[in-house]
Design a binder for this molecule. Sequence first.
Ligand code: HEM
Length: 148
Amino acid sequence: MLSWIISSVHLLTLGLGLGSAVARGRALSKVKEVGDLSSVFLADNLYGGAAFLWISTGVWRAFGGLEKGTDYYLGSNLFWIKMMLFGTIFLLEMYPMITLMKWRKKLKKGDEINLKSCKELSNLTYAQVALISVIVFIATAMARNLYY
Ligand code: HEM
């Protein structure tokens, strides 16, 4: 029962994560003035929530005995490829995450925000969208014991 619920949440997180990442990339590419940042921050909050859900449900599934067991995943090449891709997404996310946190603080203080990096942040977000899509193929192969 628990395995069914957690795997459903893990799968639903894909919709939330991929959707909010695409929305953030799009919102960033359309920013003309500071007022346009509200849709960026909304998508960013949802994307942050998805990251939390992916990690918590993923770790629970891999190491909490809900699926094939810890030894299976630690010995699975696909699992490590998935973790490497997830780590790469995390690294690509460092600059956008820190920049948007700084912009929220500046907005609160009424300080000026230099929006010239919006295009770069949008490109970094779309690169993450591509990697999330690759992870889906790796994850479904792993779930079916392909290429252990
Ligand atoms: C971008 C992040 C992630 C995406 C898009 C993703 C996607 C998926 C998908 C689509 C499945 C279902 C595969 C299927 O049943 O056909 C799955 C299963 C799974 N995921 Fe993730 N996942 C992500 C992150 C993680 C993380 C961080 C972990 C662990 C630390 C993890 C561990 C697992 C496990 C253990 C399964 C079950 C595989 C099985 O049935 O044996 N996932 N993932």
